[in-house]
Design a protein around this ligand. Structure first.
Ligand SMILES: Cc1cc2nc3c(=O)[nH]c(=O)nc-3n(C[C@H](O)[C@H](O)[C@H](O)COP(=O)(O)O)c2cc1C
Length: 155
């Protein structure tokens, strides 16, 4: 299966780590959303869209890209890293993709380090958003889960 992964990662490059692990696991082409071209999607059987979660949803650049996509009946998956887990973070993106005619074949999320200052106190409570949380994530286990998730999509 010919797979492509399009991603946006800027805060701590957490999502990039997950995207790279998945791409390596399924031999997918990896491209930052800034460089992705809607015309090239035709060549692929499976397309992944990855992003950090910012203010409750994937990055606006991912939405802008999906907006530019022509309607297509493609198998797609959505993944993210985030400071906390919520099962509705992917919904707006999934809706957009379904609106384009795509079929969602899987989704994946893991914690991503939140580090607004140049230290991380790794706090569990609300102060963690400011003083740092999820230190070291995505960790080895997260990346193993990401690889397994991606391999599972090939079956
Ligand atoms: C501006 C900003 C807003 C964020 N908003 C959320 C949020 O609403 N929910 C959440 O769980 N995490 C939130 N986070 C945490 C990020 O989703 C998390 O750190 C993610 O791993 C960042 O991915 P990246 O390093 O690939 O950019 C936010 C982080 C930043 C910098």
């Amino acid at each position: 299966m010919n797979a492509l992964i399009i991603y946006k990662s800027y805060h701590n490059m957490n999502t990039e780590k997950v995207a790279m692990a998945m791409a390596e696991a399924i031999n997918a082409k990896l491209v930052k959303v800034e460089y992705a071209q809607p015309e090239e999607l035709d060549e692929y059987d499976l397309i992944g869209f990855g992003s950090g979660i910012y203010a409750g949803r994937p990055h606006k650049d991912i939405f802008a890209f999906v907006e530019r996509m022509p309607p297509m009946e493609k198998k797609v998956f959505v993944f993210s890293t985030s400071g906390t887990y919520r099962d509705d973070y992917h919904n707006p993106l999934k809706e957009k993709l379904v609106g384009k005619g795509c079929e969602i074949v899987g989704e994946f999320n893991c914690y991503g380090e939140v580090r607004l200052l140049n230290f991380n106190l790794d706090l569990k409570g609300p102060l963690g958003w400011f003083l740092g949380k999820n230190k070291g994530h995505p960790d080895k286990e997260d990346l193993k889960n990401a690889r397994n998730f991606a391999k599972g999509l090939l079956n």
